[in-house]
Write a protein that binds this ligand. Sequence first.
Ligand SMILES: CC(C)(COP(=O)(O)OP(=O)(O)OC[C@H]1O[C@@H](n2cnc3c(N)ncnc32)[C@H](O)[C@@H]1OP(=O)(O)O)[C@@H](O)C(=O)NCCC(=O)NCCS
Length: 145
Amino acid sequence: MIEIVNMDNEHIKDLTELEKECFHTPWTEKQLEEELKNEYSLFLVALNDKTVAGYVGCQITIDGGYITNVAVFPNMRGKGIAQKLLFELNNRIKEQRLQFITLEVRVSNIPAINLYKKMNYKEVGLRKNFYRNPKEDAILMTYYI
Ligand SMILES: CC(C)(COP(=O)(O)OP(=O)(O)OC[C@H]1O[C@@H](n2cnc3c(N)ncnc32)[C@H](O)[C@@H]1OP(=O)(O)O)[C@@H](O)C(=O)NCCC(=O)NCCS
């Protein structure tokens, strides 16, 4: 059973591994720990029978949310876990009466682009050479609440 919970200390080690598996420039254990102390951070973890399966990280700004991290372990993909994380994030953002959620995604990351489109995010812009390692443009996407 998939359960969505707030990120806590006990999840940090697994999330550090998840970052390493997914990204060329992964967030470190220290960076993730810092988010636990940040009152403007909203990080949610998906647990599959108490085991970390994925997570979403978001910064709360004055009028919206800005997603910084989304990842699911390879062996847990294709089961709707990212959708569940984004759905719960929407609920939390709505509770705070914010207007939108925004994010960047690599132009080549078709699974993620499809995920965001399915969750009703709209393409609102292109950021040239936004990413390093490898260099790539970012699509800017926004979900209007
Ligand atoms: C992108 C990612 C988070 C999706 O997680 P997931 O739990 O497998 O996604 P879901 O099962 O919730 O899929 C939801 C929708 O996303 C899209 N999608 C997911 N995986 C896909 C794939 N491999 N190819 C195409 N579309 C895909 C589909 O539209 C899917 O809906 P469907 O199952 O009805 O077709 C996951 O692939 C991942 O961790 N990738 C590496 C990290 C990453 O790129 N993060 C995003 C950074 S912006």
